[in-house]
Design a protein around this ligand. Sequence first.
Ligand SMILES: [Zn+2]
Ligand SMILES: [Zn+2]
Length: 361
Amino acid sequence: MGKMAQLCLLLLLCLSRPISCFAFYTFWTAVVDISYTTSNNQTVDKNCECGVFGDDSPLEKASGIITLPEGDPKGCGPDPVYNRNASSPPWIALVKRGNCTFSEKINAAKRQGAAGVLVYNLDGSGNETSEMDHPDAPDIVAVMIGNFLGMELVKLVKNGTEVQMLINVGRHHGPWIDSHLLNLLAITLFLVVVATISFSVVYGRRLVELSKYRRAERRLKDEAKKAIKRLQVRTLRQEDEETTNDSNMCAVCIESYRPGEVVTVLTCDHIFHKTCIEPWLLEKRTCPMCKCDILKALGVEEEPEDNIPTNSPPDVTVVTVTGEEPLYEVPLTDPGSFDPQRHQHLYDNRAFEGESEPSRG
Ligand SMILES: [Zn+2]
Ligand SMILES: [Zn+2]
C-alpha cells in the first residue's frame, strides 16, 4: 500500500503542469543590428547578440524602422497605439515590458502591421533579458532586449532619429533543467528510496520470521513422525475388551472399535484408531483426551537424532510379537534384550489382560 502510494505520487509529480512548464528550458538568441545617421551626418552601425526570441515567436529575420507607441510606452490596449499602418515602410514596434501580457502588446503592434516587436525589460534590470511566453501571438517575430539598450533606442527615436533595425536569428541555448524540477526530482528520489528501504526491511523481517516459523513447524512435525513410529500399535481381536464393550470408542472419529482394526496406544495408555490418531499427532502432538504431550513423554523433543540413546526407555522399545497371527508390533532397538517380564509390565493394560492371564496361571 505504502509503495503504491509512492508510485502514485511520483506519477502525479511527473504529470503535473508545473514540471512540464518549468522542466527543461531552451531559448534562441537574436542578433540585433542598429543603424542610424547622427545630426552631424555620421552613420552609426552597431550590433550585438543581445536579444532573446520569445517562446512563441517564429525564428525569422525581421527589419524595419523602430517605432514607439503613442502615449503609453508599454503598448497595451485594444485601440491603435502606433501612428503607423500596413502601407507604411516596414517598421518594428519598441515597447516596454509590463502592464499587460506579452501577447497583448505583440498583437497590438501586429494589428497595425508591424514587421516585428521588440520588448525591452523593466527598469533596474540592466541588460538582463528573459524568455517571453506569448501563446496568443505566435506568428510575428518578437524579441526581448535589455532595459539599457531599450532606453537608448527610445531616446534616439524621441530625438527624431530614424533608427533602422535588423533582427537576425542567433544561437540555440539549453536545454537546462529548472531548479524546481531538480528539487522535485531529489525529493521524489528520496521518497522512493525511503519507501523501498522500509518496504524491504519490513517485508524482509516478515520473510525471516515466516521461514523461522516454517522451520520450527517442520522440525516439530519430524519429531512427531519419530514419536509416532515409537508408539505401540496392535490389531484388535474379537475377545479384546475394546471390541466387546460398546462404550469404548475412538475419541477422534467417535466410532466403536471392531475386531481387525489397528489401534495406536499412546504413552498415556489412551487408545485410538491408528489412521485417526496419526494425522492428529502430526498436527497437535498431544493426546486428544488427556492432552499428554507425546514428544515430552517419549523424550523426542529438542533431541538431535544421533543423541537418542541406543537403550531406549522400555515404553518405546519395538518388537513384533508373533503368535498364530501377528498380534501387535512393539518397537525394540535390541531384540536380544527382550524380556518377557518387562514386556508384560510394559503392556500391562486392560487390552492385554486376557492374553497374559494363561501364562501366569
Ligand atoms: Zn477413530
Ligand atoms: Zn491420553
